[in-house]
Design a protein around this ligand. Structure first.
Ligand code: SF4
Ligand code: SF4
Length: 98
């Protein structure tokens, strides 16, 4: 999966649903990925037609993503004209042992 930087300041501005995945590598380093809709979403609905799993609905505040069925394929993010769908990754290094 392509790794993109958030186009807005943070996912605290997310207005739609978002999904979080956590990956820990063999060295114990953990990466938390949050994927969601930012508040620049206009609710245009362009993302609806490209979602292969039907994870997107348009609510009163714009697009919402159902994290339980989102496949993280990035189709919606690629087609959004406003860059309103993005991700944030947080890296947590492995705990040190003394
Ligand atoms: S394409 Fe972008 S602006 Fe349009 S509804 Fe989807 S997330 Fe919002
Ligand atoms: S990442 Fe893919 S599966 Fe998830 S909401 Fe967007 S288009 Fe749908």
């Amino acid at each position: 999966m392509e790794n993109k930087e958030l186009k807005n300041e943070s996912l605290e501005k997310v207005v739609g649903g978002f999904t979080t995945s956590t990956y820990t590598d063999p060295d114990g380093n953990t990466t938390i990925t949050q994927f969601g809709v930012l508040d620049v979403c206009s609710g245009c609905g362009a993302c609806l037609g490209v979602c292969p799993t039907g994870a997107i609905t348009i609510g009163p505040n714009g697009a919402e993503i159902d994290g339980d069925i989102c496949a993280l394929c990035w189709c919606c993010a690629d087609i959004c004209p406003l860059g309103a769908i993005s991700e944030k990754q947080t890296f947590i290094p492995a705990p040190t042992t003394d």
